[in-house]
Write a protein that binds this ligand. Structure first.
Ligand code: PEP
Ligand code: MN
Length: 368
């Protein structure tokens, strides 16, 4: 369990917040017109609390648009004055943070590339000590929950209690339709390590494409995440960065209107007792499942002993292929996906080989 105690609730960042925190705005600040027009259209939706925009952009290769820099602060204060939206920018070093504080930016966020570097995080945390600035920490590029929680801990140790994590997905090593794989389990693991920590989902950087943003946002809410950060541009076609994933304020409005906000508790009096009954069934099935797996492993060990006595190898490729194909077929009949059955069997098979190896080693050492 990470030592992240006394984390402030998101609502205390602003005084009042009902429902999930919605953050929207362009990937990058580009011009006064782009910032103000986008912010006004976003504010008119009445559902967005914070306006985001990067003024320094971390780019993979040099030579791409690297942000407008300090002149973006003037546009951000205009946005704040004219729309009442709070402002958030990415900071990657103490100089950025100092300028953001001087220019009254409300929330700082740490980009995925920066989270991956504990030296940079420590420098930022040391600088921010004593300031009461909310900090949002994006997940590192690779799915390393320790690195993510470590960055949060460094800010927390510096006395920052207004902390949130931002889930923006992880670098995909295989071709995917999404820009970054969500690996929701990593965000869930973080939540189970730090119960009080708010987690905000960034569907834009997960998706990489406007098409999937609604679906990913709904999934985040269904997982009880505390907010959404959605890149929004008044004219994405001319955006200088992340053009494919930015929605228009109008599209944003439609996405937000169509989201279903489910509560963690139901008002129905029967709900708790029905849920309890179903959970009891799950508990009992899990017990049976584990007992069966333990019995299976006992048989596996017996086979190991038998193989060892008869000088036969552990891995019998043909048998393994037969197991796999017949179980996938059976799984399909039972409504289980091929991928699930395959992963499950691979796990069971790995453990079986391990058990048989142990049995064989024991036997051969007895013979020595
Ligand atoms: C961004 O929010 O525009 C950004 C650069 O995000 P990330 O750090 O998640 O890549
Ligand atoms: Mn972006």
């Amino acid at each position: 369990m990470a030592k992240l105690k006394n984390i402030s609730k998101l609502s205390s960042w602003f005084g009042n917040l009902q429902g999930p925190l919605i953050i929207a705005g362009p990937c990058s600040a580009e011009s006064e017109e782009q910032m103000l027009q986008t912010a006004k259209e976003i504010a008119a939706l009445g559902k967005v609390k914070v306006f985001r925009s990067g003024i320094w952009k971390p780019r993979t290769r040099p030579g791409n648009f690297e942000g407008v820099g300090e002149k973006g602060f003037k546009w951000l204060s205009q946005v704040k004055k004219e729309t009442g939206l709070l402002t958030a920018i990415e900071v990657a070093n103490p100089e950025h943070a100092e300028l953001a504080i001087k220019n009254d930016v409300d929330i700082l966020w740490i980009g995925a590339r920066t989270t991956s570097n504990p030296f940079s995080i420590q420098e930022l945390a040391d600088f921010l000590k004593g300031y009461d600035k909310p900090v949002m920490v994006k997940n590192p590029i690779n799915p390393d929950v320790q690195l993510w929680v470590g960055a949060l801990e460094r800010f927390h140790k510096a006395g920052i209690n207004k902390l949130a994590a931002v889930h923006r997905g992880f670098f995909p090593f295989e071709a995917t339709t999404l820009r970054n794989i969500p690996k929701w389990e990593t965000a869930i693991e973080l939540k189970s390590m730090c119960h009080d920590l708010p987690i905000i989902c960034d569907p834009s950087h997960i998706a990489g494409n406007t098409e999937y943003i609604a679906e990913i946002s709904q999934k985040a809410l269904d997982l009880n995440m505390d907010g959404l950060l959605i890149e929004t541009h008044y004219n994405p076609m001319v955006a200088l960065s992340d053009m494919n994933q930015q929605v228009t304020p109008k599209q944003l409005g439609r996405i937000l209107d169509n989201l279903v906000y489910r509560s963690t508790l139901s008002e129905d009096a029967n709900f708790a007792s029905i849920l309890e009954t179903l959970r009891n069934r799950i508990d009992s099935m899990d017990q049976q499942m584990l007992e069966l797996l333990a019995q299976r492993m006992n048989v596996v060990e017996e086979i190991g002993k038998y193989k060892s006595e008869n000088q036969v190898t552990i891995l019998q490729l043909r048998r393994w292929e037969k197991i796999m194909s017949s179980r996938i077929k059976l799984g399909k009949k039972l409504g289980l996906s091929e991928d699930f059955v395959k992963k499950l069997l691979e796990l069971v098979h790995k453990e079986s080989i391990q058990r048989q190896t142990e049995v064989m080693n024991k036997f051969s050492s007895k013979k020595d």
